[in-house]
Design a binder for this molecule. Structure first.
Ligand code: ADP
Ligand code: MG
Length: 250
């Protein structure tokens, strides 16, 4: 397994937001975490990436225990993420936002030598090309549509050269056209760039359309983890999350 999360826990002022969640992600997979609002999905991603420190449990990445490592260290190990809420420098251009991510991954933020700047220029352009934002490279980010800003977040995450890319509700707030393009993009990142992808998402159609495997989380606990069909047909999942409706035949 590329990523193994074992019995991870986090409480906020006595409230158990994540209460022993488990997750496996194999190299090259696209894994979705689903669950109702407040299930603990964002907190789980924060625990994996080191934005939050777990109270208990383990995060193993490529065989190494990275539990509790801060975010800049997990990033160096090869895990980067985007956020549910757009998180960019809105007064900088698209190009500048991604370049900052590339330079900081290279540890060259304060290096003023021209060659490294040129290198970052090429890599930045390649990333923008790969996500379809190259035409917008000189736009100030605040002027982008919401959907474009969400894609820019993915581009910034790619600047960290991840092996495992974690996306928190990548299509939230997108138009149907933007959503369709974002789904294609996520699939391409796996196929063309060989990335392993972990994401959470509300829309079940999107989940079943992209994911190889699904983990279902309810009230901070992993209910089931398995292939799409297995999860779709699981009675506990249908009762707890899919409203008891028969989605097996969908
Ligand atoms: P999801 O992403 O599945 O909607 P979250 O991980 O955001 O769920 O939240 C899980 C629960 O933890 C929610 O009840 C939320 O209110 C609570 N929570 C999340 N972050 C904090 C925080 N920093 N302080 C207090 N409570 C939090
Ligand atoms: Mg969330």
């Amino acid at each position: 397994m590329m990523l193994e999360v074992r019995g991870i826990q986090k409480s906020f002022a006595g409230f158990q937001a994540v209460n022993g969640a488990n997750l496996d992600v194999a190299e090259g997979e696209i894994v979705a975490v689903i669950g109702p609002n407040g299930a603990g999905k964002t907190t789980l991603f924060n625990l994996i990436t080191g934005i939050l420190t777990p109270d208990g449990g383990q995060v193993i990445f490529k065989g190494e225990d990275i539990t509790g490592l801060p975010a800049h260290r997990t990033c160096k190990k090869g895990i980067t993420r985007s956020f549910q809420v757009v998180n960019i420098f809105s007064r900088l251009t698209v190009f500048e936002n991604v370049r900052i991510a590339v330079l900081s991954q290279q540890g060259r933020t304060f290096n003023l030598f021209t060659p490294s700047k040129r290198l970052a220029t090429k890599e930045t352009a390649e990333i923008l090309e790969s996500v379809g934002l190259i035409r917008k490279k000189d736009s100030v980010c605040g002027a982008l549509s919401h959907g474009e800003q969400k894609v820019l977040e993915i581009a910034i995450a790619l600047g960290g050269k991840p092996e495992l890319l974690i996306l928190d509700e990548p299509t939230a707030g997108m138009s149907p056209e933007e959503t369709a393009r974002c789904i294609d993009l996520i699939k391409q990142l796996r196929t063309n760039m060989g990335l392993t992808i972990l994401f959470c998402e509300h829309d079940m159609e999107i989940v079943f359309g992209i994911a190889n495997r699904i983990m279902v989380m309810v009230r901070g606990v992993t209910i089931i983890q398995g292939a799409c069909d297995e999860v779709r047909c699981n009675q506990a999942v249908q009762d707890a999350y899919l409203g008891g409706s028969d989605v097996c035949s969908v």
